[in-house]
Ligand binder design. Structure first.
Ligand SMILES: C[S@@+](CC[C@H](N)C(=O)[O-])C[C@H]1O[C@@H](n2cnc3c(N)ncnc32)[C@H](O)[C@@H]1O
Length: 226
């Protein structure tokens, strides 16, 4: 797959935001092996492992050193916040209240990530979603936040299918992908492509409303029982 780091913002969400997006809790993930795909500078892996969960994060950003990641995360956060300020009315402010609230949350996420990235490097695997360096059925639950459907214009049909096939290969029970709309706020065409693909007929798909809606109307997650 040909996505480069320049095409996708290196911003990360917090453990708390992940809980809302995916409807997971410490209790629901306890005893499970969890994979966070395109984890970037999110603090989900750091906090989750700190509270006793078993989470592995994978992202192409992990080919880089902590200071390089920090520089890009800082720059990308500024870019994202500037865009948000122009498009404020497209967003729902219940959770963050204002732009400063987003900055604080994203800053906390990447600072927490950076500490853990340096102290527990074995939890952070460099790699990309279309070629996961894991054994078949290695994970009970796989989460994908803010990549596959959000940046749908960066994937070809073949890449989306190959990527989904790869997620199924490494997952034993459940894959959850959030959100299902793209950056323009339209339903990603790849959701139907996957759900209706005869190759994936034996899997069960459910679209669920998450307790998290920042981009207005973009609050559905796709839950797949493998
Ligand atoms: C918008 S961030 C989302 C980060 C995190 N999942 C979250 O929701 O906070 C998108 C992430 O996708 C990663 N990414 C870009 N191309 C990728 C690929 N081919 N495979 C896996 N991750 C990729 C980027 O490095 C970035 O960290």
């Amino acid at each position: 797959m040909s996505i480069t780091l320049d095409q996708v913002a290196l911003v990360g969400r917090t453990y708390n935001e992940y809980k809302r997006m995916f409807d997971v809790t410490k209790e629901s993930l306890e005893g499970k092996k969890v994979l966070d795909v395109a984890a970037g500078v999110s603090s989900f892996c750091a906090i989750g492992n700190a509270v006793g969960l078993n989470i592995t994060a994978i992202d192409p950003a992990y080919y880089f050193m902590a200071d390089e990641i920090e520089t890009k995360a800082e720059e990308d956060l500024d870019t994202v916040l500037a865009k948000l300020a122009f498009n404020k009315s497209h967003y729902n402010w219940d959770f963050y209240h204002d732009i400063e609230g987003v900055r604080i949350s994203r800053f906390k996420a990447y600072q927490t990530f950076l500490k853990d990235y340096q102290s527990n490097p074995s939890n952070y695997i460099p790699g990309e979603v279309s070629k996961l360096p894991f054994e078949d059925k290695e994970f009970d639950t796989t989460l994908v936040s803010h990549l596959m459907f959000l940046y749908d214009h960066l994937f070809t049909e073949e890449e989306q299918i190959a990527t989904f096939r790869e997620l199924i290969r490494v997952t034993r029970n459940e894959i959850i992908i959030f959100p299902t709309k793209n950056l323009s706020g339209q339903n990603s065409k790849w959701v139907d492509l996957i759900i209706k693909n005869t190759e994936f007929l034996e899997h069960t798909f459910r679209l669920e409303k998450a307790q998290f809606e920042f981009q207005k109307g973009n609050s559905l997650r796709l839950r797949v029982t493998v």
